[in-house]
Design a protein around this ligand. Structure first.
Ligand code: 1KN
Length: 454
């Protein structure tokens, strides 16, 4: 069907900025705001739900919540230290909450007083971070919540002409804030939209279309996630014809596609995940701390995403004072150290065509060099890793990615090679395979004479 406000382009974007984004594969998400101060507790009560949802969990109205502005002193906030942490993590881009659902702005927006400018910290957190990350070659994307619990004109649904007028004012406010962000920080690479699921927003597909146009006009090449978009029929992420809106699919939140689901490789996508089970903002509660993932689980999620042609955006929630909790530093060091030596199977890589999900881990491939990577995340008790080759291929050579040393392997049959792995190996254990096409014309299996002529 003809659409006015559906997808703005067909198929994958293949310009330089988008290729870079795809190549990066690993980003750091930052959720930092007023919610980082109470960190999940209010008046002595701890709420195990996501810390950034505390106003809802504890029933705190916007006026009381805004009182936290006076507590935002962030004495430990050091943009250079944040940028160096992102670099140590091996993240190639960072997505920072400019405004979350509570409406508080980490830049001194001229459209509201509810910003960092009103806090004891003052100044411009977004500007300082954009500067520090960019100086380290780390691209910046800005998170912007359309949902806004602070703005009086926000509506969840439109049920009267007053609602409609109010919400129109709200949408111009949000639009002006986005214009402001794109104008103040012209070297950001993209925008990450959230809080777009309510009926009010879905009924304004045209607004989302116009925002996408405006951002791309102000910042040529800007990358926008699919969550911004709705079409004129209220279809989200994908328009009423099924075409992806925005530049990549951003619907995988705290979950990844199944490792054998190759259908997702048809689009660019990014999954975002938390270290605790469910809190994006810093949560100091013991119950939430008990849900922290093991760094290996996070590494596995990264490898899994890359094997399916996606990016992983791993969330960090700095504390209210601007420092990172020890468990997050631990994640930085474990993932960073692994990526430092094994990054070849992640950066610039994507799915390995013809290599089926093997169970013991994942395959990735570097389309540029042709290398196929076997990334082992679970070593079987036998220590034997069997690789099922695509048809008419042969493994010519195998090396350990971390050391570059050759690794012996046994050719079992036409389609199978086998590695013997030391069960005490550091995992994930990544092998680089040099794969060549086999000329099969000479070695067609003989026809079974018993079957010939049937
Ligand atoms: C289940 O409802 C929600 C609503 C908002 C789940 C998550 C979110 C927000 N999206 C994440 C990226 C965070 O920003 C979280 O607060």
């Amino acid at each position: 069907m003809p659409l006015m406000y559906g997808a703005q382009s067909e198929g994958r974007r293949d310009d330089e900025t988008m290729r870079r984004f795809r190549h990066d594969r690993f980003g750091q998400f930052i959720h930092w705001g007023l919610y980082s101060i109470p960190a999940g507790s209010w008046n002595g009560v701890t709420y195990d739900y996501a810390a950034e949802f505390l106003p809802q969990s504890a029933g705190i109205g916007p006026a009381r919540w805004a009182g936290l502005v006076d507590d935002f002193a962030a004495p430990e906030f050091d943009p250079e230290a944040w940028a160096s942490l992102a670099a140590d993590l091996g993240a190639r881009y960072v997505t920072v909450t400019a405004k979350h659902h509570d409406g508080f702005c980490l830049w001194p927006s001229s459209l509201t007083d509810f910003t960092v400018a009103a806090t004891p910290r003052g100044r411009d957190v977004i500007g300082e971070l954009v500067h520090a990350y960019t100086a380290r070659g780390i691209a910046v994307h800005l998170y912007y919540s359309v949902l806004d619990w602070h703005h009086p004109d926000w509506r969840y649904a439109i049920s009267s002409s007053q609602d409609e007028e109010a919400f129109d004012r709200y949408l111009s406010y949000a639009g002006e804030q986005l214009r402001e962000l794109a104008t103040r920080y012209p070297n950001v690479r993209g925008f990450w939209f959230d809080g777009t699921w309510d009926e009010s927003v879905k009924a304004n597909g045209r607004w989302s279309w116009e925002i996408e146009c405006m951002l791309k006009r102000l910042i040529p090449g800007a990358i926008v996630n699919s969550r911004l978009r709705a079409d004129e029929h209220g279809a989200r992420h994908r328009d009423s014809n099924g075409a992806l809106m925005g530049d990549y699919f951003s619907g995988f939140e705290r979950r990844l596609p199944d490792p054998w689901d190759r259908t997702v490789t048809a689009e660019d996508w990014e999954a975002c995940v938390t270290i605790p089970q469910n809190s994006w903002g810093y949560h100091a509660g013991a119950e939430v701390a008990r849900t922290h993932k093991h760094p290996l689980e996070l590494l596995e999620q990264l490898v899994q995403a890359v094997s399916l042609g996606g990016n992983l955006l791993l969330n960090f929630g700095p504390r209210g004072d601007g420092s990172f909790a020890p468990f997050e530093k631990d994640v930085v060091h474990t993932l960073g150290a692994w990526l430092e030596t094994n990054g070849a199977c992640i950066y610039g890589c994507g799915p390995a065509d013809g290599w089926d999900y093997p169970g013991w881990g994942y395959y990735t491939a570097d389309a540029e060099t042709g290398a196929v990577y076997a990334v082992v995340t679970r070593i079987p008790v036998s220590g034997a890793i069997a690789l099922q080759l695509p048809e008419r291929t042969r493994v010519r050579n195998a090396t350990a990615v971390a050391t570059g040393r050759p690794v012996p392997f046994a050719v079992r049959d036409d389609r199978t090679v086998r590695f013997e792995v030391d069960r005490a190996s550091v995992i994930p254990l990544a092998f680089a395979l040099e794969v060549e096409q086999r000329d099969d014309t000479a070695e067609q299996p003989e026809v079974n004479p018993d079957l010939a002529g049937i």
